[in-house]
Ligand binder design. Structure first.
Ligand code: NAD
Length: 488
């Protein structure tokens, strides 16, 4: 049987065992390129989540005692196994999410990169000390693991986001429970074999499936020390405030609206391919996707023409077909939502110069496909410019000059990423200093930090204090301070 038509099993992974659960609510997993059901997910209820946490806490008591130099060896093995199985993992990402195989391979590499980065935990966990800080007194600070952490992931990166958290949490001596998106739970199921082959003891890494009820069971469990969330702003706000009320650490990467400014000195032949991959890669379902394109009067017309010409070449279809460059949206309802934004742009008076609704996915007509759209002459106050669309729709706004552009960009409620294309260091520095976004690109279409740097969203794109999605903050998030004051 062809993989795209297979039915997949979804199980929880608790205390080293694969367990089927049958909660009250159920959710269908689709292959979005075919509009076909491929699996069913059930909510994991309170009791099962509590049991999972108990096992994970018992595992923590032993795991945290293993010297960090030995714990890291599990991560080295995992990294190698993920590399060996990278294409298998990527294939699963395409099947359940729809992105092209190349995009899925990129996602898997980003996951692996985080395992590599977490291998430096041996160094990162080092504390501080002061000799003779007061007469005959020495003082030391250790970073110590805390217990059980949880991670709640979105649908759009079925493997990468979970790996923003798993390797750091366990490398530093904690155990972790992951709840994948109920829309894309299958790739993480494949990693279970790799956790086992790497030799992780039962309970160190667990998976519970489900949706809101399962998240609430996690938030209400008293033994969980901290929660990392990635998803939409509404859910992020709720999760961080509930976690804090329940005495947990929390961090949440949230929704986005990313602006990309092209200055007149930029070379359009180089810029436009970056714009195409930023605005339409992952079908626009990327929290770092370009969504509003800001031009200046000197380059507006030429840029829109060239952008449109290249966007028209995108080929819709199943991501495992190597000629395809634009995959489907995740669900039919999500496609309807994006179509609603196209209607709204038209009724607000923007000029729909490229209409994605007219594209065909050929033999994949049952899939949730939508071609690339471009709205020209969009106004900064229109819904299509202000709100996250999460689909292949670009809105072009013409600014008067760079200062005006920065002012337009900073009106956004979000601050995940923003990019400037220019050859001028002066413009770039002005942009870096002036734009209120956590990840700034200079001639980079998708300003995605490498694992050694934090993913630094601002405003309604991030909730919490520490940006522990990679980067140095993970040590602060996943460990606590223990201070020892000594006199002999
Ligand atoms: P979502 O908020 O619908 O779901 C994310 C996770 O939260 C899922 O596991 C889901 O089961 C759970 N969830 C959803 N609603 C909940 C609620 N009310 N209470 C408790 N749990 C809830 O997000 P999504 O549609 O899966 O992902 C897309 C969103 O994620 C976009 O807004 C995108 O910008 C954002 N995102 C942000 C980043 C980032 O780093 N800032 C990265 C990727 C995606």
């Amino acid at each position: 049987m062809k993989t795209e038509n297979m039915e997949y099993e979804v199980y929880n992974y608790i205390n080293g065992k694969r367990e089927k659960n049958t909660g009250d609510s159920e959710f269908t997993v689709y292959n979005p390129a075919f509009g076909k059901r491929i699996a069913t997910v059930y909510d994991t209820g309170n009791d099962e989540v509590d049991n999972t946490v108990d096992f994970a806490y018992s595992a923590f008591l032993k795991w945290s005692k293993i010297p960090i130099t030995d714990r890291i060896k599990f991560l080295f093995r995992l990294e190698n196994l993920m590399r060996e199985n990278a294409d298998e993992l990527a294939k699963m990402v395409t099947i359940e999410h729809g992105k092209t195989f190349k995009e899925s391979q990129g996602e898997v590499m980003r996951a692996i990169e985080n395992v590599e980065a977490a291998c430096s935990s041996t160094y990162n966990i080092m504390g501080r000390n002061s000799k003779n800080i007061a007469g005959g007194i020495d003082e030391e600070l250790f970073r110590v693991p805390m217990g059980v952490f949880a991670a709640i992931a979105p649908f759009n990166f079925p493997i990468m986001v979970a790996f923003w958290f798993i390797p750091y949490a366990v490398g530093l001596g904690n155990t972790i429970i992951v709840k994948p998106s109920e829309k894309t739970p299958l790739t993480l199921q494949k990693t279970v074999d790799l956790f086992e082959q790497a030799g992780f003891p039962p309970g160190v890494i667990s998976i519970v499936n489900g949706s809101v009820n399962t998240v609430n069971a996690i938030l209400n469990n008293k033994k969980i020390s901290g929660v990392s969330f990635v998803g939409s702003t509404g859910a992020a706000r709720y999760i961080v405030s509930t976690a804090a009320a329940n005495h947990k650490r929390a961090q949440a990467g949230a929704s986005a609206k990313n602006y990309e400014l092209v200055m007149p000195d930029a070379d359009l032949d180089k810029v436009v391919p970056h714009l195409i991959s930023s605005f339409y890669g992952n079908a626009g379902e990327r929290c770092l996707a370009g969504s509003a394109l800001v031009t200046l009067p000197e380059n507006h017309k030429k840029l829109v023409e060239k952008f449109k010409m290249e966007a028209e070449k995108l080929k819709l279809g199943y991501g495992l077909d190597d000629k395809v460059s634009l995959g489907p949206l995740i669900r039919s309802e999500h496609k309807q939502r994006v179509l609603g934004y196209i209607d709204s742009g038209v009724s607000e008076g923007a000029n729909l110069t490229l209409d994605g609704r007219k594209f065909s996915a050929g033999k994949y007509s049952a899939g949730y496909f939508l071609g690339p759209s471009i709205f020209d002459n969009a106004d900064p106050d229109m819904k299509i410019v202000r709100e996250e669309i999460f689909g292949p729709v670009a809105s072009v706004v013409e600014a008067k000059n760079i200062d005006d552009a920065i002012e337009i960009i900073n009106k956004s409620q979000y601050g995940n990423a923003s990019t400037i294309f220019t050859k001028s260091g002066e413009y770039a520095e002005k942009y870096i200093e002036g734009v209120q976004a956590g990840n700034i690109g200079v001639n980079i279409g998708v300003a995605a930090p490498i694992a050694f740097y934090p993913f630094a969203g601002y405003k309604d794109s991030f909730f919490g204090d520490l940006h522990a999605q990679g980067g140095p903050d993970h040590v602060m998030f996943y460990t606590d301070s223990k201070v020892v004051i000594k006199r002999w």
